[in-house]
Each structure stands twice: as C-alpha cells, then as structure tokens.
Ligand binder design. Structure first.
Ligand SMILES: [Zn+2]
Length: 454
C-alpha cells in the first residue's frame, strides 16, 4: 500500500514538453512528485493523507521569478510617473530608512503576493536586512534565492549604503552561514553585485572567488543603462558583459538581470559562458529599451523572466510573459514578417524551466515530473477567457492571469487553496505592511498619500 501525503486527482497536467495530459493524477510523498500518470491509481493499492480535486484545473510548475526586490515591496505606487532621478530622490532615501521590522513586514506581503500569483520561487537582487526576507520566506513556505546587495563605490551612493569591500563580502558570508539551505533547502543564499558602476574591481574579484569556493551563485544587474556601458568603456575599455567576464563572473551561476544594452558580441559571450539573462519586460520597456531576446535564444543562451519588484508591476509572471512576447514581435518580428520572433511556448519555458536553470535548480524544479520537487500550481481553467481553447498552453500565455491561480503547493505543502493563503491571516499581513509603509515614508520624508485605507 502506497501512502501519499497529497494526491491531486482528475487534473490536466502541463508536461515538460508543453503538451497537456488530461484526466491525470499526481501523487506527492514528502516534498516530491512520486506519481504522475493518466487515470487513477488502482483502488486498494494506495491511500492519501490529503486529496485535492483537480477537476477543471490545469496543474503546472510554479513560476520562477528570477529578478525581484523584496526590500522594495513598500514602494508600491511611489515610483510610477516620477521624474528623474528616481534613484537619488526616492530609492536611496527609502532604502536607507528601512528598519528590519519594515523589511520583514514588506517581505511577508511580497511572499503572499507571489504565492497567490503562482510564483513558487523567487531570486532576489538584495537590499538591507535580507535575513528578514529569509525569515518571511521560511514562514510563508515559498522558495527563495536570496542575496545581500553590495556596493563599495559610486559617487551618488550615500555613505550609509556603501561599505568596505571586506564588509560587503563578510555580510554575505554571514547571511550564507545563517540561512543557506534553511527550510529543507528552500532558502539559498547567493552573492550580489548591484551593478558594475557601484562595484570596485576588488569586490568583483572577491565575489567571483567566494561564490566559486562556496559553490553558490551571483546576482547582478547587467546592461541596463547606456551610462553603465559608457562607464565600463571609459574606465576599463570593455563593455559591461566583457568586464564581468574578465573576473570569471560570466557563467552558469550568474543571474544577469535585464541584459538589454548588449552588443551582439556580448550576447555570444553570454551564450558561450552559459550565463543566465533575466528579462524584466515592465522595467525594460519603461527604462532600458528592447532586449535582443531572439538573438540570445538563437545562440542558445538561457533566458528567464523577472518582475523587478512591485514598483514596476504586479508580482506575477503571466503579464511579463505576454508583454515580452508582443514587445519582441513588435521590435524584431513585424519588420521582417516573422510571426515567430518569440513563440508563446518559449516564454512559458522561460517562466518555468528557464527560471529553474537560472537559479541552478533545473534538476529539482520548473517541471512536473516524477522525482522533481512538488512545486505545483493549479489554474482554474473553467473560465470564459481560458476555455474552450484549441491549445491550452498557448492560451495560458495569451490570456491567463494571477487571478486564475486556485491552489499552490511548494515543496509538497499546500500553501494556497481556492485562492486563500492557508498559513497566515492575509488582512493582517496587508495591515501591518501598510503601517510599515507609513513609518518608512515618514522617516524618509517621502510623500505617501494613502499607504493603507480600511
Ligand atoms: Zn532590479
């Protein structure tokens, strides 16, 4: 007699090749998928501690948001339509006035928003007090690849946000010692370099070396702005990707957020080194320009998707999938009559398998397959915008939204059921985040009109 911890019956399953297996059953034991097949197991041969009815639902891998800013969760509504310089006028006073309590309250809201939108793993670019983000991830059940943002140079960075090269490295090492592999491996700690302009060569060298020694990854912002390209060309006679490669940082353990202002040669270099490009279409289209996604794909680079945090968008990967597909079509497809500039199933792959590879967990998550971690979301497909359809996976890309997410399982544990978060009081998380937003707004002297209205 096989005893499952959780059995999902009568569901449609999105398989790794992006076909759909109808009327299937998924069995979960401990944290992993141990059964996935059509039909139902023979009666009398199994038992289940918990059964989930998957009728009218599509089971698919949880999304991997490969570029987030949990510490900026309380900036929602503060950045949209603001004139330059948003960094000096808003981000710097905001981040430098955060307390650990603010970060924790914001991070709970961040985890809640992610889970309810079907994002089961996030990779964060870092901020202050990241141990509080790890704590919130641990408590809410989500999977997180967390970093501590480090800056040891830069003329417009205030003293409080900069630190010595040694302190920058030591700070991440401490976070790693305290939190790496917490929550049965759900929490992973990586290094982070905010970007080329705020990192000395010594810091880049040290991050390359320590990440190698600890077999962990590095999260950076790459090729976002022309100022960054000019900085690297002026000071180092290299373009940004070449500059990172100079330190051996361009590799399969690198998340290169944005990766927009790249030359064709840099794109080839990224593909050759196996570095992961993470596009964030909301940020890219408003601040950075069009990415060269079709070329990155043609040269075999791994691509993942990110939101870049709530200051730009709602936390979810449904909208970025759609936005990137149509942006690439407009930029690269229309003028040469190529309707396949970025096919729908490729963006679906980026949001799942691409993200899993970017966080170096492609053998654990990103696919529904026996042996994989049970990070599963169930979409309610009995909705007028989703069914009937001749091709459900393509329709997920063109029409689905976070509100279609009914159930969310991470590491084998049911966290969201029928759209409700099971572990904590959602209203309390929102209320306390609202109070924290008000507090940091006052301290930072930012005008927040209505952080929380009952
Ligand atoms: Zn970012």
């Amino acid at each position: 007699m096989t005893i499952y911890d959780l059995l999902i019956q009568n569901c449609n399953v999105l398989l790794p090749d992006f076909t759909v297996l109808p009327n299937a059953v998924i069995g979960i034991q401990d944290s992993r998928i141990t059964l996935l097949e059509a039909g139902a197991p023979e009666s009398g041969t199994y038992d289940a501690k918990e059964i989930l009815d998957g009728d009218g639902k599509l089971a698919m891998p949880g999304f991997v948001d490969a570029h987030t800013h949990a510490a900026q969760q309380l900036l929602r509504g503060s950045v949209v339509d603001e004139l330059p310089m948003v960094w000096t006028r808003i981000l710097v006073p905001f981040e430098s006035n955060l307390t650990p309590e603010d970060v924790y309250k914001g991070a709970l809201l961040f985890c809640l928003e992610n889970l309810k939108a079907g994002t089961t793993t996030f990779a964060d670019a870092g901020g202050p007090f990241m141990e509080m983000v790890a704590q919130a991830a641990l408590e809410t059940g989500i999977r997180g690849v967390i970093t501590r943002s480090t800056m040891d140079t830069g003329s417009d960075i205030p003293a409080g946000m900069k630190e010595s090269t040694q302190d920058a490295i030591r700070g991440t090492e401490q976070l790693y010692e305290d939190w790496n592999n917490a929550g049965d491996g759900r929490i992973q700690i990586w290094f982070s370099l905010r970007q080329a302009m705020t990192s000395t060569p010594a810091l880049m060298e040290a991050v390359a070396q320590r990440s190698r020694e600890l077999s962990t990854g590095v999260h950076i912002h790459l090729a976002e702005h022309l100022a960054e390209v000019a900085h690297c060309l002026t000071n180092y006679k290299m373009r940004p990707a070449e500059w990172f490669d100079h330190f051996g940082l361009l590799g399969p353990n690198l998340i290169a957020a944005h990766s927009v202002r790249l030359s064709d040669k840099e794109i080839l270099l990224m593909a050759e080194r196996g570095a992961n490009a993470v596009h964030c279409p909301h940020s890219n289209l408003s601040n950075h320009g069009f990415s060269k996604t079709p070329l990155l794909m043609a040269l075999g680079a791994n691509i993942a998707l990110g939101t870049d945090g709530v200051s730009a968008t709602r936390l979810n990967l449904f909208e970025p999938m759609r936005m990137l597909k149509y942006a690439m079509q407009a930029r690269h497809g229309v003028e040469i009559n190529d309707p396949l500039a970025l096919p729908a199933l490729d963006v679906l792959r980026m949001a799942s398998q691409g993200g899993a590879k970017a966080v170096m967990q492609e053998k654990e998550i990103g696919k529904l397959e026996v042996g994989y971690k049970a990070d599963i979301i169930l979409l309610d497909i009995n909705k007028p915008h989703l069914s009937p359809t001749a091709h459900l996976p393509k329709t997920i890309v063109t029409a689905a939204s976070p509100d279609d997410v009914a159930d969310v399982i991470v590491d084998g544990r049911l966290l969201v059921h029928d759209g409700e978060f099971l572990l904590m009081d959602e209203d309390q998380i929102r209320r306390e985040a609202g109070q924290a937003m008000l507090n940091v707004g006052r301290r930072a002297n930012l005008s927040l009109e209505s952080p929380y209205l009952e």
